[in-house]
Design a protein around this ligand. Structure first.
Ligand code: HEC
Length: 152
């Protein structure tokens, strides 16, 4: 009985340490030392998704200078400035819906930016709504982390 409790306590402590290192990892951003943490893994796959699905238009760093931009009349905006252009607050819900693309939240003008939910629903990296939602959320989180405070 007593032995059992000891084991349980040890297990709980281990879980707490894992959660803590995931949190630290997410505060430090990607490239943090807590590579194995769940948060860091999510960010890494969001970065992979970004490079694969977004960088052609928005550029590797989100500057809006990807190779496809010549094809469009509307320039993809600099994705690092989303917070700056919104009184310093990253518009997470707007961005998430825009990436998802299932309801068009723009009232005016034509949309050039493709929606991604359907594409992510069935992709080489995974299938189904749950993972597609998670990847849209992770991409939103990724973009929130590349925000800058001054244009360069
Ligand atoms: C085919 C080119 C293209 C690709 C690929 C693309 N975008 Fe866009 N994106 C645009 C254009 C063009 C705009 C400018 C607004 C518009 O006309 O729709 C835009 C705008 C945006 C905006 C800002 C919208 C606003 O109103 O402020 C976000 C956020 C965004 N894209 C995220 C992404 C993400 C994340 C991906 C990858 C999953 C992605 N985009 C892939 C072309 C693209």
């Amino acid at each position: 009985m007593r032995e059992n409790r000891k084991v349980q306590k040890g297990f709980r402590q281990k879980t707490l340490t894992l959660v803590a290192s995931a949190l630290v990892g997410s505060f430090l951003g990607f490239g943090a030392s807590a590579d194995s943490s769940v948060e860091a893994q999510k960010l890494l796959s969001a970065q992979r998704d970004y490079v694969k699905y977004c960088a052609n238009c928005h550029g590797e760093e989100g500057r809006g200078d990807g190779p496809y931009t010549q094809m469009y009349k509307v320039y993809p905006i600099d994705l690092r400035l989303l917070a700056m252009n919104n009184d310093g607050k990253f518009p997470a819900e707007y961005v998430r819906k825009l990436i998802d693309g299932r309801d068009d939240i723009r009232k005016h003008g034509q949309r050039t930016m493709p929606g991604w939910f359907d594409e992510l629903w069935s992709s080489p990296e995974g299938k189904g709504s749950k993972q597609a939602n998670e990847r849209v959320n992770a991409l939103t989180d990724y973009l929130s982390r590349i925000q800058i405070t001054k244009a360069d």
